[in-house]
Design a protein around this ligand. Structure first.
Ligand code: ARG
Ligand code: ZN
Length: 481
């Protein structure tokens, strides 16, 4: 590392209003600007996210053609440099036409499958505010990484809904839950096509030239990149106000046909389930609620997209399903407001959302959490592969393994039995309050549970989250209500 002499004043030139660092005006020794790291050091996905800057806001302004899947747009990123930077990366893979940093044209190159390397005309200094304007276009369904696209093109539009990779196909970003931001998302589509996204509509859709309509959505709470979404196609949009006063915006794909009533009967329970979960998990963290029933030819899963989960059609095949709604809404606390600090911690999302379903079962009189535990435990024989996956460290290829969900929920039930209901139902809202809009690790959750319960929980966490094989369960504990 070559050291150069500069002054703190120079480092912060052009950032009026920025607090002066200690040593303001005196010469300080500073490293020459270095390239920003191409990743944030995630243990499963080391090249997701980027080093050297912190994003506050994304303004994603798009134009989409359902007939061809052509997406063109401009994303404006407001960020702060956290290092002196000669270059920095964005995670993105459509064709970039131009990048400007604070008004100056930057040069770009690509690296790997989803890295855009930006070299600003002027060196970026730590603490500097950055306005990064990226103009681009592409056909997201054809932009493949190892044969894969996280963008789903459908008969009548598209879904930008996926985890953990979603943003690459529609906006350049610092693609890791460690860097949350607010969003303005606007999309121009042919009139007659609907666009649903996160948050609220600060104004009704705008008519544009060429028989087009621009849909405008705004999210004002910090959002991880994978939780921003778009659903484009033929939707019935139903707007309401929850008893809490919050806007509720639901959307139902018109392609659902006979599945439509079950989708509505489930998603229309959103405000009620949010209210019930608020009583257990703490205040609902966001500014709006809702759900999107995706099209029949869309996704084969559901995703807890912030303020407004998106549900694949499969959940409605056997009738109304409030369990999936309970699951995705529980993620608003566990996953969305409190996000994984590293994808290795996926249990903090899926174990908790799955346990919310067990609590809902008990609430509905459809089996106590203990009964669901017993049933789930017994449904996986001791020699089942299931018990070989560690919910606390499933590996990058198995972040959504059944073990993360089912053994993950079993772990929380064992924790509840160990600490008692009073402590357990204090741990959950304390976790969401202390880490609201932030991140967490399994180790931090264990420390909180130990703090509140006064117990050493190391054996419990090690056995249930980090040890292969089916744990023994005392039959007395299994029978306890
Ligand atoms: N977080 C989602 C859920 O629990 C799972 C998403 C799985 N992603 C996927 N591409 N299949 O419902
Ligand atoms: Zn989940």
């Amino acid at each position: 590392t070559a050291l150069t002499l500069t002054t703190a004043g120079t480092m912060l030139a052009g950032t009026p209003g920025q607090a002066a660092p200690t040593g303001w005006g005196r010469p300080v020794v500073s490293a020459a600007p270095q390239p920003g790291a191409p990743g944030l050091g995630d243990s499963y996905f080391p090249d997701y996210g980027n080093g050297g800057y912190d994003v506050e806001h994304y303004d994603v302004r798009l134009r989409y053609e359902p007939a061809t899947d052509l997406l063109t747009g401009t994303t404006t990123i407001l960020a702060t440099a956290t290092e002196d930077l000669s270059t920095f990366n964005l995670d993105f893979l459509l064709d970039v036409e131009s990048v400007r940093v604070n008004g100056w044209a930057a040069t770009t190159s690509t690296a790997g499958a989803h890295e855009l390397v930006v070299t600003p005309a002027r060196t970026v200094t730590r603490g500097q505010q950055l306005t990064i304007v990226v103009r681009y276009s592409g056909v997201p369904s054809e932009a493949l990484v190892n044969g894969y696209t996280g963008w789903t093109r459908t008969d009548d539009g598209a879904l930008a809904v996926n985890e953990p990779e979603s943003a690459w196909w529609w906006f350049p970003s610092n693609d890791h839950p460690l860097d949350k931001a607010t969003y303005d998302i606007s999309v121009s589509v042919p009139t007659g096509v609907e666009v649903i996204s996160n948050g609220v509509q600060p104004r009704p859709p705008l008519a544009e030239a060429g028989n087009r309509t621009r849909w405008i959505w705004r999210t004002t709470s910090p959002t991880a990149t994978y939780l921003a979404f778009m659903a484009i196609g033929q939707y019935d949009i139903v707007t309401d106000t929850a008893p809490s006063g919050q806007p509720v915006i639901n959307a139902y794909s018109t392609s659902l046909g006979a599945l439509g009533p079950a989708a509505r009967a489930s998603i229309e329970r959103t405000a009620e389930i949010v209210d019930w979960e608020s009583g257990i998990f703490g205040p609902y963290p966001f500014e709006a609620q809702g759900g999107v029933a995706g099209p029949v030819d869309g996704i084969g899963f559901a995703l807890e997209t912030q303020t407004r989960p998106v549900y694949g059609p499969g959940f409605w095949r056997r009738g109304a399903n409030t369990y999936v709604v309970t699951h995705e809404l529980a993620h608003q606390w566990f996953g969305d407001s409190v996000s994984v600090a590293d994808w290795r911690n996926i249990w903090l999302n899926e174990g908790f959302a799955s346990y919310a379903e067990w609590l809902w079962s008990e609430e509905q009189g459809e089996g106590t959490a203990q009964e669901v535990f017993d049933f789930t435990y017994a449904s996986y024989p001791a020699d089942d592969e299931f018990w070989q996956v560690l919910p606390g460290d499933p590996g990058a290829a198995r972040v959504f393994d059944n073990a993360v969900y089912d053994r993950g929920a079993m772990t929380l039930h064992q924790l509840r039995l160990a600490v008692g209901d009073d402590a357990f139902f204090e741990i959950l809202p304390t976790w969401t309050a202390e880490r609201r809009y932030g991140n967490g690790t399994i180790e931090q959750f264990q420390a909180l549970a130990e703090r509140i319960s006064g117990l050493d929980l190391d054996d419990l966490f090690t056995t249930w989250l980090f040890t292969a094989g089916r744990p023994e369960v005392a039959s007395a504990a299994r029978k306890a209500a």
